[in-house]
Structures are given as structure tokens and as C-alpha cells.
Ligand binder design. Structure first.
Ligand SMILES: [Zn+2]
Length: 288
């Protein structure tokens, strides 16, 4: 079996949900030919993603960044942060983006991208939106400085996302990165493809049909797979904790929607992921 067969480009095995069996979960994936990127969401989970990546010779990578929901107060997900002192600390105030902290982590060779960063306007005040935009701009600058792609999270904010990225066009890397768990329209997809972005889809496509149109619209050359574990478990594992091995279910459904064979879907999406995240840094030329 070629290694990797599949690539889960957006997962969180460093989260508290895996604190008792993280190594078993990761080895299960690697044994099944699944490579992965553990995505950071704030300082703790970013540092933990890097640490985790170093425990494996190959197949486990990290991104580091500040998720838009963690720029605000009172957000606490026990699956993500557990009961750590840090979690309690930041629920009371939200995290300020510390450029130097993230830059230091981002220079690690196992770090393959910056994020998840972006905009999340679901139930937010105007003040928070302004803060999110500022924090996102700084992470675009960081991605430019370290020449690594962006791992973008965007919810209910595609117009602003596209506006910001267009404004920073000259500082985007080539390729610039991915929009994870893409929920935009085909028009949004078109604008983002023009900027060079790719898109990841996960478990939701196995049980909701709302994404079929946009999945058919985006060429397979611009699609990668994700689980977003521990969340959004695909059919037939609904109700269980999600994990990277289940990315195979996403691949099966994507093949069906795109009317491609499973083998072609696996090969293409894995190749896309390698080209995006495992290129030699020197090949990522800024400003093209
Ligand atoms: Zn995520």
C-alpha cells in the first residue's frame, strides 16, 4: 500500500478529547495509510500540535495559529481544552495575538501552515468582528514571512474574507493555502480559486446534501480531505468521537459526488495535500 493513501489535512488529535489515547488514534491512522495535519487553534493547542508532530518520523504535521473564536471572551469547549488552568484563564478574557510566539513555532520544520485563522461571524458583535479581522491580517503577514500556506476557517463571513484576501493579494504565497470545511457559494469558490486557494471537505458531506453543488463545481485538483476530529463524525460512525482514520468515509462520498473512482479520488486529494503542505519551503515563492 502506498504511504500515504489518504491525507487528513485538518484534524485535532492534540485536543483534550484524545488525552487518554492520542498515540493509539494516530498509529491507527498511520497503519491505515492516513497522514494528517493537527491544526492549532490558540497557543496551547498550537504548541501541542508541534510537539505531537515530533513524536512521529513522518506522516504527522502541524499548523499553528489563533482561531477567530478564540479572540473573544467566554468561549470554552471542553473537548478542545479540557479542564486546564489555561482554559479557565482564557475563557475569562480571550487571547491577544502574540506574533513572536507564533512565529517561533511556525519556523519549526514540522509546521506546514498558519491557522486555523480567519473569520467567524456566527453570533458576534461588531467589536469582535473588527478584532477578528485585525488578528487575521497579522496571520496573513506571518504566513508571508515564514512562507507557509494559510489554513483558513470562515463561517458566515465570505464577503469580508474575500475582501481581505484580495487586499493582501501580493503577500499571498503560491499556493496560498486552503479554506477548511468550505461552506461558501460557488461564487465564493470562484473568487477564492482565482486567488489560488484550495478547499477541504469533511464528514458533513456524508450526511448533508447542501454541499453537493459546490463540491461538483470545484475541480478535484483543488480539493483536499479532512475530518476536523473530534467533531463532525462521518456516516456510519455518527454519535462516536471522530478520528483521522474515518477520512476514508469522506473520500468514498467525495468519489460518489464527483463520479470518480475511489482510487482516483484518494490519489488526487493526497497528491493535492502533498503539494500544498509538504513542498520544500524554497518552492513557496511569495508574491506570485
Ligand atoms: Zn478545526
Amino acid at each position: 500500500m502506498p504511504n500515504p493513501e489518504l491525507f487528513d489535512v485538518h484534524t485535532h488529535t492534540q485536543f483534550a478529547a484524545f488525552k487518554d489515547d492520542q498515540d493509539a488514534v494516530i498509529r491507527r491512522a498511520l497503519d491505515a495509510g492516513v497522514w494528517m495535519v493537527n491544526v492549532g487553534t490558540q497557543q496551547d493547542t498550537s504548541a501541542a500540535a508541534v510537539e505531537t508532530a515530533h513524536e512521529y518520523a513522518e506522516g504527522v504535521y502541524a499548523t499553528v495559529g489563533l482561531h477567530p473564536v478564540h479572540t473573544e471572551q467566554s468561549y470554552h469547549d471542553a473537548e478542545e481544552l479540557g479542564d486546564s488552568v489555561y482554559a479557565k484563564g482564557f475563557t475569562s478574557r480571550g487571547e491577544e495575538f502574540d506574533y513572536e510566539y507564533y512565529k517561533k513555532l511556525a519556523q519549526d520544520p514540522k509546521v506546514v501552515g498558519i491557522g486555523e485563522c480567519g473569520l467567524d461571524y456566527y453570533r458576534l458583535s461588531e467589536d469582535t468582528k473588527i478584532k477578528q479581522r485585525a488578528v487575521f491580517e497579522r496571520q496573513i503577514a506571518l504566513a508571508h514571512e515564514v512562507k507557509k500556506p494559510l489554513m483558513i476557517h470562515c463561517r458566515n463571513a465570505f464577503a469580508d474574507l474575500i475582501m481581505i484576501l484580495n487586499g493582501r493579494r501580493e503577500t499571498l504565497n503560491a499556493p496560498p493555502g486552503i479554506i477548511h470545511f468550505f461552506t461558501g457559494t460557488t461564487d465564493d469558490a470562484k473568487s477564492l480559486m482565482d486567488l489560488g486557494f484550495s478547499f477541504s471537505f469533511g464528514g458533513v458531506i456524508t450526511f448533508a446534501r447542501d454541499y453537493d453543488e459546490v463540491v461538483r463545481y470545484i475541480p478535484i485538483e483543488r480539493i483536499v480531505l479532512e475530518t476536523d476530529a473530534p467533531y463532525i463524525t462521518p456516516v456510519p460512525y455518527r454519535g462516536k468521537r471522530n478520528e483521522p482514520t474515518y477520512v476514508a468515509e469522506v473520500a468514498k462520498k467525495l468519489a460518489e459526488i464527483k463520479a470518480l473512482s475511489y482510487e482516483t479520488t484518494a490519489q488526487m486529494t493526497t497528491g493535492n495535500a502533498r503539494n500544498l503542505f509538504l513542498r520544500h519551503p524554497d518552492l513557496l515563492q511569495a508574491g506570485q
